[in-house]
Design a binder for this molecule. Structure first.
Ligand code: BGC
Length: 293
């Protein structure tokens, strides 16, 4: 059986895993360095080498935030990771490991994994949305990632959700991820309570009925649900799969998003929204799948 190595670069952590037939056989997770592309690539290589010690693989796939330049094998910029601009990720990782490297967007990779082995299984088309440090999307049609003409298809975190709103790492004002990501909710909660509040605490407070926490969570659900209602009318996928750290908080958040999305697409078609099932492993499994491609 072929062993593939997947590396998933996230805003807070890097995961590397050896994957056989969609199953992880070895995995290493380390924090994402905050001091630029050189350190980030070195950390990705280090994590991968650690995995390769116990599980040799011949092909590598990397799932990284974008927008990406697939032709050059570069990250144009990573909105939520300091110092990553025009960064040649494919060349760096390939040189570091001495193996061929396939590039994929992190959300495309996770979406492909959910489509192949998880919540999107059996659907002819699925739209994966990850809500965590940023917000990303992956469009899968007929079992293949749809990257678009310029490789940016599915960059849903950077659509305008609130014209004139907070400026995101991409420079887009009122970008969906600037108003509804985990980072955005924690930022709003920290401001509203005048003390550091993370998403875990925010959701606990909201579920307990705290009115300010509820307002913050409802507002994020409103922006995400509105985007899904719009996407339903735009792409009409068979299923939306919601993943990422924030979606692991349970049905509480998902139900709110679903209500807004259904309202937004009323009269057209009710969006089918499912919770991702592969959890934080979707990224590395999908990156490994990209190597198979
Ligand atoms: C990036 C996407 C990525 C998402 C989740 C966004 O800021 O632009 O490419 O998929 O974050 O990591």
């Amino acid at each position: 059986m072929q062993t593939l190595l997947g590396i998933d670069l996230g805003g807070t952590k890097i995961a590397a895993a050896a994957v056989q037939n969609g199953k992880i056989i070895a995995k290493v997770i380390i924090p994402t360095p905050k001091d630029g592309a050189q350190s980030v690539f070195a950390a990705m290589i280090e994590a991968a080498k650690e995995v390769l010690k116990t599980a040799p693989a011949s092909r590598v796939g990397v799932g990284v935030p974008g927008p990406l330049d697939f032709k050059k094998g570069e990250i144009k910029f990573a909105p939520n990771i300091n110092g990553i601009i025009n960064a040649p990720v494919v060349a760096a990782i390939s040189a570091g490991l001495g193996l061929p490297v396939e590039l994929e967007n992190d959300a495309n990779a996770a979406g492909l994994a959910e489509h192949t082995y998880g919540a999107g299984r059996g659907a002819s088309s699925s739209y994966f949305i990850t809500i965590s440090t940023g917000i990303g999307g992956g469009i899968i049609i007929n079992d293949r990632v749809w990257r678009g003409a310029n490789g940016i298809a599915g960059e849903i975190g950077h659509i305008t959700a609130l014209p004139g709103g907070v400026i995101a790492g991409s420079g887009v004002s009122g970008a969906l991820e600037a108003v509804a990501s985990g980072t955005a909710m924690a930022r709003d909660a920290t401001y509203a309570y005048a003390r550091p509040v993370d998403t875990k605490e925010l959701f606990a407070m909201a579920e307990a009925g705290d009115w300010k926490a509820l307002k913050i969570v409802n507002q994020a659900a409103f922006y995400i649900g509105t985007a899904i209602g719009d996407l339903q009318k735009n792409l009409d996928p068979e299923v939306f799969v919601l993943g990422g750290g924030v979606s692991e908080v349970g049905d509480f958040f998902l139900d709110k998003i679903r209500a807004v999305a259904e309202d937004g697409a009323k009269g057209f078609a009710i969006p089918v929204i499912r919770k991702a099932v592969l959890g934080s492993d979707a990224g590395v499994i999908g990156a490994a799948l990209a190597a198979r491609e």
